[in-house]
Design a binder for this molecule. Structure first.
Ligand code: AQP
Length: 327
């Protein structure tokens, strides 16, 4: 595992509380699928989470929780490597080295930085600005070429590629340019039907939550706002509930037709979606609860993951230090 491979993939996810439908349909389902096609490395990015989470106990709890969630949703430690970012502290060293080839102007123009400046105006910390540099370090540490992410990460990935080009230009060809890959649901809209599903917006469907919570979230979804009366024909192409049905049953065209012809009402369509989401995630929820009852097992999987990556990280750091003139 110490050599660069064109078939290595990497992706990171924040331990920020819950796993929502956007995370799963937009990214995690690809993590699961691709672990059979590539040498797959998945990282719970706790350093990144520090840019917004400042409670140490909460961060510790959420990190294990995210590991249990990912394992429950289908990551298999026999087929992929799952680890915690801070367990390989080389990531922060590499981020510093990459920061020296990254113009500040590139970072200031990233959409997420601009967004976070709005959503957490009292905490515009340096980590928020340099987030994409650490993200680039995460990926290139393992010379990964493929990065499964949701569409919201596309701009960050483009920046990673620019950082790689800048580094290779200055110090010679060292890192491959990583490429984003998307699922068929690269942007999942939230329960408001307008914005991207996102924890900070509070418009999520929490896939591993108790069934009652999922039902309440789905029933709260905004549908076609022009469909006022039950007898009004609906517009399934703009209705988020109808759109989500396509991921939870073969009969979604029929469901959409029911809305279009007013054969079915929005409430019926939402109830059906809630039932299907609950049923779909029930086995994963069971596995999640089992894993949360075995914290030592989860910690062991994470420790083994970090240990397995040690030789790759060491090789990358040796090469980079040498190329940059560090002794
Ligand atoms: N709505 C979404 N649709 C498609 N993909 C999504 N992802 C996130 N939201 C959507 C993808 O999930 C992976 C993990 O993302 P993250 O670490 O940024 O997770 P998050 O903190 O859960 O994302 P949020 O909810 O959007 O967080 P906040 O609100 O805190 O910024 C990534 O691949 C991401 O693209």
């Amino acid at each position: 595992m110490t050599t660069a491979t064109s078939t290595r993939i990497f992706s990171g996810i924040q331990p920020s509380g819950i796993v929502h439908l956007g995370n799963d349909l937009g990214a995690i389902q690809n993590y699961v699928k691709l672990q059979d096609e590539y040498e797959a490395i998945y990282c719970i990015v706790d350093y990144h989470a520090l840019t917004s989470t400042h409670d140490p106990n909460l961060l510790r709890e959420r990190t294990r929780d995210m590991a249990a969630s990912l394992l429950a949703l289908g990551l298999d430690p026999e087929r992929c490597t799952l680890f915690v970012q801070s367990h390989r502290p080389e990531h922060t060293e590499l981020a510093w080295l990459l920061a020296t080839v990254t113009p500040v102007s590139w970072l200031e123009r990233t959409p997420t930085y601009k967004e976070k400046r709005e959503t957490q105006p009292d905490d515009v910390n340096h980590g928020l600005l340099t987030y994409p540099v650490l993200q680039a370090a995460d990926i290139v540490m393992y010379k990964a070429t493929v990065v499964p992410v949701g569409r919201d990460q596309a701009a960050h990935l483009e920046l990673s590629r620019e950082i790689v080009r800048a580094f290779n230009h200055r110090y010679g060809n060292t890192f491959p340019e990583p490429k984003a890959v998307f699922t068929e649901a690269p942007t999942v809209l939230g329960t408001d039907g307008v914005r991207k599903m996102s924890k900070s917006v509070g418009n999520t469907i929490d896939v591993l939550a108790p069934p009652q919570v999922i039902r309440e979230e789905v029933v709260s979804m905004v549908t076609d706002t022009q469909r006022i009366k039950r007898t009004d024909p609906g517009r399934p192409e703009v209705c988020n509930v109808c759109q989500l049905h396509r991921f939870f049953g073969e009969d979604y065209l029929e469901i959409q037709d029911g809305e279009r012809t007013a054969r079915t009402g929005c409430v019926d369509t939402k109830r059906l979606l809630a039932d299907r989401i609950v049923a779909h995630y029930a086995p994963a929820r069971e596995r999640y609860l089992e894993l949360m009852a075995k914290p030592a097992l989860v910690d062991e999987i994470l420790a083994a993951g970090a240990a397995r990556l040690a030789p790759i990280a060491a090789a990358t750091m040796a090469e980079v230090r040498e190329k940059m003139g560090l002794r």
